[in-house]
Ligand binder design. Structure first.
Ligand code: FE2
Length: 303
């Protein structure tokens, strides 16, 4: 079965309380655990203990990201494959990374990002009963996306990072933006039959472009934009349409400067689907389909 989906991200923030207030009251995630330097949060419909960890740090950026695997044996198999690729790994027992954490295989990807493969994260339920549930719990606040969707990372060698994630970790390439001289500028990779669970864009190694949570439709993006404006959150782009993935998105920044997205739409991606290629000349339309251009700041501003 291998990797099931994106499990979580761990982001740095210099003012933990301010970030907790933003992620619980504006984004509307649910706090599930807390220690002096870390707070664990989840989307309301997620069964697992967390999809977001806020970590106190003097700066912003991505500390780690995690993918959920189906079986404990997947961790053994991937450990062997990753080490055969010349990358050292570390095993962490369930609970070692906080009370809710599962058994973890940790390594640093060629892109410079610290990646955890996780099995058996604590299950806490989705706030709905298992018998005759309503469609949504009462009393949610803010945007309240039901679940995490994808993560967008930066690295110097997008071709190399993409090859590692496809060859060693069994991701499938759905779309790519290719430069005039034949290099991959952006790649979109999936495990969930959606257009992307993970994407890479050219930039500094280990840099973080954004994490996206799912909302159910375009109207929810409009409501998310209303809430961002109301709370004085800096909106970066959208709501708009992506050419690549065919999704709709709204980008904004958390108080530390980490970019967030609310995302919806897209298509079903069968495993035998041929990847779509966008040319460098059409990169603007691939990213912002209506605008047809993407400013350099959007491509270079990161945490
Ligand atoms: Fe995105």
């Amino acid at each position: 079965m291998g990797i099931l989906r994106l499990s979580h991200v761990e982001v740095r923030c210099p003012d933990l309380e301010l970030s907790v207030a933003y992620y619980t009251e504006v984004v509307g995630l649910i706090e599930t655990a807390r220690e002096s330097d870390r707070v664990w949060l989840k989307g309301w419909d997620e069964q697992q203990h967390h999809s977001m960890i806020l970590r106190y740090a003097p700066t912003y950026g991505l500390e780690t990201l995690g993918f959920k695997v189906a079986e404990m044996s997947d961790l053994d198999e991937y450990q062997e494959r990753i080490e055969q690729a010349g990358i050292s790994t570390k095993r962490l027992a369930a609970g070692e990374l906080g009370k809710g954490s599962g058994e973890t295989l940790r390594f640093t990807a060629p892109s410079g990002h610290v990646v955890d493969l996780v099995h058996g994260m604590r299950q806490v339920g989705n706030m709905l009963p298992l018998h005759n549930p309503p469609p949504e719990p009462l009393g949610l606040t803010g945007i309240h996306p039901p679940r995490i969707d994808h993560v967008f990372l930066m690295c110097e060698d997008v071709d190399g990072a993409t090859t590692f994630f496809t060859d060693v970790l069994d991701f499938r390439l759905t779309e790519q933006i290719v430069s005039d001289d034949g290099y991959q500028l952006v790649t979109f990779l999936e495990r969930t039959h959606t257009p992307h669970d993970l994407a890479f864009v050219t930039g500094p190694n280990a840099a973080f472009h954004h994490v996206a949570y799912w909302v159910d439709d375009w109207n929810e993006l409009r409501r998310a934009a209303d809430l961002c404006a109301f709370h004085g959150v800096r909106i970066d782009a959208g709501p708009t349409r992506h050419g690549a993935t065919r999704g709709w998105g709204l980008y904004f920044f958390d108080p530390a400067g980490n970019r967030n997205e609310m995302y919806t739409g897209g298509y079903w991606a069968d495993p035998d689907r041929e990847p779509v290629t966008w040319t460098e000349a059409e990169m603007g339309r691939a990213i912002f389909y209506y605008e047809g251009v993407v400013d350099q700041r959007f491509l270079t501003e990161h945490s």
